[in-house]
Write a protein that binds this ligand. Sequence first.
Ligand code: NAP
Length: 299
Amino acid sequence: MATQYTVAVLGPGGTGGLLAALLTRSGHRVICLAQDSTADTLRRTGIAVRSAQFGEFTAPVQADTELREPVDACLITVKHTALDAALTRVPPTVLGDALVVPLLNGVEHPATLRARYRPDRVAPAVIRVESTRLAPGVIEHGSPFTEIDLAGDAVPRTRLDGLADALTAAGTTARAVGDETAALWAKLTFLAPFALLTTRYRLPLDEARTRHGEELEALVAEAAAVSLACGAPADPAQALRRYDAFPPGAKSSMQRDAEAGRPLELDPIGGALLRAAGRHDVPVPVTARLVRELRDAGH
Ligand SMILES: NC(=O)c1ccc[n+]([C@@H]2O[C@H](COP(=O)([O-])OP(=O)(O)OC[C@H]3O[C@@H](n4cnc5c(N)ncnc54)[C@H](OP(=O)(O)O)[C@@H]3O)[C@@H](O)[C@H]2O)c1
């Protein structure tokens, strides 16, 4: 292995727990940052992964409630709903020169992180994976792929490439990409229509599409128009084709959160899309209605 990194993982859940376990397994030192009881469990049991791609394994990890030493990178893998509270565990003075790598869905959190940490060390990433935290330290990884695009227009390219190499050697497919806006919007334009439609109608994607196909097409067209207005390329036909590849019964994570009574990432996904549309005067009537209906339903 070329470089051994020390990596902090803030919020070792579905995505963070998987990456923490993979990085540990490939020889890096990982410090999970979590609430007290989760940190206790992780110190005792490590992280057990059951994965369609990587098999079953358990990785011992360090765990703490707060970052207390310098690291090479800090992966931010909490949900938006917990971001502000979780960031208090990572004091900017301790983090110093480390890369700050948020893997959250959405487009607005990089600004929050750049206001708190060194702006030229914030490297927003997009992750394509399906991974669930069943219990503290117990991760079920269902997708046969784990793909990560690392961006950060002001971050030195060698730093992005080094982390991408480490993540790839750990088993993921990771790469540094040149255009942060394009990377984040590509994910949002794909995710928002899928999440909003399936959550609003409480149907898996295939059924939602059969019953509300025109709405899905309108959502995709609106998201693409906003993306273009924000300076990111968009291909609505390709987005629709990607949905074709989903297996019958596929649900969005927003829909699963709604079913479980958990808070939704509605604002960072739907709300962010509406705010960007408003800034650029792009009409998004279908997106606005679905977001309103979800909010009216108490989400
Ligand atoms: N999961 C996926 O397949 C997937 C795929 C693509 C993108 N994403 C995005 O990745 C982000 C994370 O999602 P996820 O599914 O990984 O979430 P998750 O499974 O719910 O994990 C979040 C973790 O954050 C921890 N946490 C919550 N509040 C905290 C706090 N104040 N301090 C420290 N830790 C705290 C939770 O700890 P406890 O365990 O102690 O409750 C949990 O382990 C989201 O933006 C999501 O949209 C997820």
